[in-house]
Design a protein around this ligand. Structure first.
Ligand SMILES: Cc1cc2nc3c(=O)[nH]c(=O)nc-3n(C[C@H](O)[C@H](O)[C@H](O)COP(=O)(O)OP(=O)(O)OC[C@H]3O[C@@H](n4cnc5c(N)ncnc54)[C@H](O)[C@@H]3O)c2cc1C
Length: 461
């Protein structure tokens, strides 16, 4: 079947308004937010129901055509890139959200925006626990497929940790509900958990049910500035080591602070690092919690500590972290984004290593992230995707990943493997002497998707 026939047939099956094939559509759906990767889909289908997804997967399986699911395209690893053409299945039109406050759950369709899900929960005095920095645009389906995390990761983990059940459509069009919408279930092999982090390679997520958590009674926000990056990392470690459990605990280095300040004019001081923490609890306890955190920051030589409890000031301080990616992206046309995770006690080692590697390769490497759970993102700033600078950038990124492995950590925390980290996944499995795990993964892929039509070329070759 040639591309024109595929387009005609899909229009017959779904109606012409759901099928896009103009050059401008083909162009924009060829990118994700990494900007580094590029592909050319044959056609884009905008699904509005599970039935639409079933029709596409029956057709694609019969004719062995690749299907690449896509939410908002905020992936930073090339996850939704159509490497060898095929059908982009855009789920962003499936947006229904239903909160069941009695049962403490939210059910959301794949295309529901994470922030919208959170807002819906807030109407009932609850919140959606996972809050990626991309929450204003990222979808539930894409975030679950990547097993995304966010600012509240140290307390609530990633999407899989709040997942109860998921509806998926398999190649050929079979619809399954994996898991149950209850807080406990022991159903043998946990197939719903396999879907979390499967990056669109096993099935198309159409909806999912998650736990929700009560809104904090009150929140206090603290932003502390340090002259020494290792001091900032030690402060984060100490907070966790003393058994404190902040709502968020984030790290920013000097490059990040300068970038956000130049864009958002936050009035930040010259500092080599900063730590952002949210404490929550009953109103009468907030001042005590804030003082405990201030005490730890002072112990590690913080030279300025800003505290906010009113919403406007809290939002201003928050931009020092939330604005990191947009601000850093303005500085450089190309960034290579790292996503390592280390044991909490090794945070000072990894921040020092990142600074050393930045000097060694003579490249600006910003470090920022949800360090409260050991996760740091690096942004290596470049001017093009070729030549000596590009090669140095990739080597530097590799070296940071290898240091994370040596420290007992992981090369991939929450952005997924996509196209970017396939070889790093292999390296991590080698270090753990678990290469056979890759064979198991490939076996699982074959069971779900025997013809290999779902998001080919991602996770592994
Ligand atoms: C500014 C910025 C900040 C970010 N901050 C964070 C952060 O704090 N934490 C974090 O974890 N990530 C973060 N990310 C990365 C990204 O936002 C997440 O991976 C996000 O969850 C992806 O959602 P999406 O809807 O954009 O998915 P997409 O990018 O469209 O897709 C991601 C992957 O999921 C697959 N997929 C999409 N929808 C489905 C579906 N319905 N069924 C099966 N597979 C599907 C795709 O094929 C692809 O492999 C950030 C990105 C940006 C640009």
């Amino acid at each position: 079947m040639d591309i024109n026939e595929v387009v005609v047939k899909l229009r017959e099956l779904l109606g012409p308004e759901k099928v896009l094939s103009e050059p401008e559509d083909i162009y924009v759906y060829g990118y994700d937010s990494s900007i580094v990767y590029k592909g050319y889909p044959w056609v884009i289908v905008r699904a509005y129901s599970t039935e639409d997804v079933v029709k596409v997967l029956k057709f694609a399986d019969e004719h062995v055509i690749p299907v690449i699911p896509r939410g908002a395209g905020t992936s930073l690893t090339g996850g939704p890139i159509p490497i060898n053409g095929g059908i982009i299945l855009d789920l962003s039109g499936m947006k229904k959200i239903r909160v069941d406050v009695d049962d403490g759950i939210v059910e959301a369709e794949a295309g529901a925006i994470v922030d919208e899900v959170d807002k819906e929960c807030r109407k009932y005095g609850f919140m959606f626990p996972i809050d990626p920095a991309s929450a204003e645009v990222a979808t539930i389906g894409g975030s679950l497929a990547n097993d995304g995390g966010g600012m509240r990761g140290a307390r609530y983990g990633t999407m899989r940790h709040v997942l109860l059940s998921v509806e998926v459509v398999l190649p050929g069009g079979k619809v399954l509900q994996l898991g149950s919408p209850v807080y406990k279930q022991a159903l043998g092999y946990e197939l719903a958990q396999l879907i979390a982090g499967s990056e669109g390679t096993l099935g198309i997520i159409t909806k999912a049910t998650f736990k929700i958590v009560p809104l904090p009674e009150r929140v206090g926000r603290i932003l502390a500035f340090f002259s020494d990056v290792e001091d900032a990392a030690k402060a984060i470690f100490t907070i966790r080591r003393r058994g404190l459990n902040p709502l968020i605990l984030e790290f920013m280095d000097d490059i990040t602070l300068q970038a956000v300040d130049s864009v958002y004019k936050l009035g930040l001081p010259q500092a080599n690092a900063a730590v952002l923490a949210d404490v929550d609890g009953p109103p009468e306890a907030i001042d005590r919690y804030i003082n405990t955190f201030k005490g730890i920051f002072k112990e590690y030589n913080a030279f300025r500590i800003d505290v906010a409890t009113d919403p406007d000031e809290m939002n201003r301080i928050y931009m020092a972290r939330k604005g990191a990616y947009p601000a850093l992206s303005r500085l450089y046309p190309v960034v290579i984004i790292g996503d390592v995770c280390v044991p909490l006690s090794k945070l000072p080692n990894i921040v020092k290593a990142i600074k050393d590697i930045s000097k060694k390769y003579e490249l600006p490497i910003a470090a920022v992230g949800h360090a409260g759970d050991g996760n740091l993102h690096t942004f290596t700033g470049l001017h093009s995707t070729s030549g000596d600078e590009w090669e140095r950038g990739y080597k530097a990124n590799d070296e940071i990943a290898l240091v994370a492995l040596e420290l007992g950590g992981s090369v991939s925390a929450e952005h997924g493997i996509g196209m970017q980290k396939k070889y790093l996944l292999v390296k991590e499995l080698k270090v753990r002497r678990s290469e056979y795990a890759l064979e198991l993964m490939k076996g699982i892929k074959k069971l779900f998707d025997p013809k290999g039509i779902l998001n080919p070329g991602k996770l592994f070759d």
